[in-house]
Every structure is written in structure tokens, then in C-alpha cells.
Design a protein around this ligand. Structure first.
Ligand code: FES
Ligand SMILES: [Fe+2]
Length: 346
């Protein structure tokens, strides 16, 4: 497998990169991120000093740039060496490769492919992070021992909720089987909405907003290739016309950003944020939501890591059989295959 290189991947949460250099491997590339002291802007360089190959992430940030921790060479945001201890002349060859990088909406995005193709207009917008009053949220990242595709698949087939999350966010298994689903295929992904009309709300929703009876519940998921899934989930009391208008006060509503980034072929980072859209003035509600999502996602992580191990032990995915609920998942995999082929052909 080859990575889809010409794409924006989430590399880190903005708050992960502070005063010290931060190393993370993305699509097999060791990268060091640092925040320029003068401008506050993020730089992304290959995590390999061009002097003797030391990891620059072991160095430190100073006023001139990033100083290698081995012999003290300093590199600026463009990767150019700007200081060699004990030497006035700096050869132009002293240069570390740099990556296109952008920080917005609390997210650091990186582009590992052809820099000329790095179109910043294609970065996934996530404006909810900038509206803390309406969408108070908390963020997290897991390192997962599985291909990133397996985690996106998990989000494309929500029938797993009734099994993997039966004691947490799952709710009633029969309601999931009866869900109505509309799928819209897009050039770079797909958008689906699942409705569980007139259903018993999960325990977590009742706890969150005190539903007394049955609800119309929706799960709105948009997959934006290669690694993002934007989720909006909610519920309103039956009779309030949720299917006609989901933007009503007094119900349950949350937004989750899932961003999956390959580290290596068989490992990835799972970035997520959970935004509380139902009791915005209550910080404990945001914390509770975060704790519940964290618990549920660890259930996914256990399942998916074991799936990856089982696939590894048996020669991969050959011979696996699709069922009806795989439609969105299959479209998602085809989209990724096509993007990988287009990238390799270009
Ligand atoms: S290896 Fe970086 S300064 Fe020598
Ligand atoms: Fe799940």
C-alpha cells in the first residue's frame, strides 16, 4: 500500500506544539513541528538534521529557529540553516526539507506530498472550534495499532453501535436495525444521515438533557477523504418535527470531529474533539460528554486493534465477505483507492 500523499492530514492539536519541538511520524515521514518564537507560526521540517542525521525533535527552539540538540546547528521555518557554531560561512546545502503546514480551527494540518499542489482552500473547515460559547469542547488523540482505514470503516457502519457500545452510547439494538439511512456520494467522500425515529434514547442522552419519553434521533456523518469524519448527532422529543428542522433548542445535540492520520502502514493517530451543543453553560456537561466519548472510543480501539491483529495473522483482507450494511464503507474504500491511484499516476 502506498499513502495518499497529496492531501492535508491532521498532524496535531494546536496545543500539542508549545515551546519545545514536537516530533511525530506522518505517513511514514518523521516530522518535527515547532512554533516560531517571533511569529507564533508553526513550522514543519523533516525530523533529521542535515549535519549528522540527529532527530531535530530532541533539540530546542531559540530566537533564531530550531537548534539541533547534537551540535547546535539552527534551522529557520523554511529549513534553511541560519547558524553553525564556530563557523561564519553557511553552505547553502545545509538545508532540511520542509513541509507545507497550516494551523486553523485549533488544528495543525500538514501536507506531505508535492508542495505545488498544497491548496489551502482544500483544508477541512471546522468553525465550531472557534465558537466556544455555542460549542464548548474538549479534544484528544489516541495512537492506534491499526490501519487508519479500519477506523474510518468503523465510522461508516454504525450498526456496530448496538454491539461494541451496547452498554454506553449504543441504545436499543432493534432501533439500529430499523434505522432509515440516506447516503449521498460525493467526489471526495460521502455524507449519510441515519434516523432512528420514535426510539428510546440511550442512557447517556437521558442523563444529559432529561428526556422523559421517546425521541427522533439522528446521526449525520460526512466522510471527507482521506481521513476526516464530521459527525453531528442529536435527538428531539417525538412530535417536535426533528426531520424537518434539527436546529431547535431544548434537545440533545453534539458534534464530533474524527480525524484519522496514518503514522505507518499499520498504525495511525485518531484525533477527536467532542462539542457539547445541549448544556453549553455547564462545564461539567462538556466534561461528562468527553468522558463518555472517551469510554466509547476505547471500546472501538480495542475492537479495531484486535481486528488488525487478526488480519495480520491471516494474510490480510482477502476472502472477507460484504453484507448490506457495508454500502457506505465500500464507497469509502473505493474513494481512497481511487485517490491513491490518482496520486501515484500524477
Ligand atoms: S547532527 Fe545536528 S548539528 Fe550535528
Ligand atoms: Fe464506535
Amino acid at each position: 500500500m502506498s499513502f495518499i500523499r497529496n492531501a492535508w492530514y491532521m498532524a496535531a492539536w494546536g496545543h500539542e506544539v508549545g515551546d519545545t519541538p514536537f516530533g511525530r511520524k506522518i505517513c511514514g515521514e518523521p516530522i518535527v513541528f515547532y512554533r516560531d518564537r517571533a511569529t507564533g507560526k508553526i513550522a514543519a521540517l523533516q525530523d533529521r538534521c542535515c549535519h549528522r542525521g540527529a532527530a531535530l525533535s530532541l533539540g530546542e527552539v531559540n530566537d533564531k529557529g530550531l537548534a539541533c540538540g547534537y551540535h547546535g546547528l539552527v534551522f529557520d521555518c523554511s529549513g534553511r540553516c541560519v547558524h553553525v557554531p564556530g563557523q561564519d560561512k553557511i553552505p547553502a546545502k545545509l538545508q532540511v526539507p520542509r513541509f507545507e503546514v497550516e494551523e486553523r480551527d485549533e488544528i495543525i494540518w500538514v501536507w506531505i506530498g508535492d508542495p505545488d499542489k498544497a491548496d489551502r482552500a482544500k483544508i477541512l473547515p471546522y468553525p465550531y472550534h472557534n465558537d466556544r460559547a455555542r460549542w464548548p469542547h474538549r479534544t484528544h488523540v489516541y495512537h492506534v495499532k491499526a490501519k487508519y482505514e479500519l477506523l474510518i470503516e468503523n465510522l461508516m457502519d454504525l450498526t456496530h453501535l448496538a454491539y461494541v457500545h451496547k452498554t454506553t452510547i449504543g441504545g436499543n439494538a432493534q432501533a439500529h436495525v430499523e434505522a432509515k439511512m440516506t447516503v449521498e456520494r460525493k467526489e471526495n467522500g460521502l455524507h449519510f444521515v441515519r434516523w432512528l425515529p420514535n426510539s428510546q434514547p440511550p442512557a447517556t442522552y437521558i442523563k444529559a438533557v432529561g428526556f422523559q419519553g421517546r425521541v427522533d434521533r439522528w446521526m449525520d456523518f460526512e466522510f471527507v477523504a482521506p481521513g476526516n469524519v464530521v459527525q453531528w448527532t442529536g435527538a428531539l422529543d417525538v412530535g417536535r418535527g426533528a426531520e424537518q428542522n434539527r436546529l431547535q433548542e431544548g434537545g440533545f445535540s453534539l458534534r464530533i470531529l474524527h480525524s484519522l492520520t496514518p503514522e505507518t502502514e499499520n498504525t495511525c493517530f485518531y484525533f477527536w474533539s467532542a462539542a457539547n451543543g445541549y448544556r453549553q453553560h455547564d462545564p461539567s456537561a462538556t466534561d461528562q460528554l468527553y468522558d463518555q466519548i472517551h469510554t466509547a472510543f476505547q471500546e472501538d480501539k480495542v475492537m479495531i486493534e484486535a481486528q488488525q491483529a487478526a488480519l495480520d495473522a491471516t494474510g490480510g483482507e482477502a476472502g472477507l465477505v460484504d453484507i448490506a450494511s457495508d454500502a457506505a464503507r465500500v464507497h469509502m474504500r473505493r474513494t481512497l483507492t481511487r485517490l491513491a491511484e490518482e496520486g501515484n499516476a500524477a
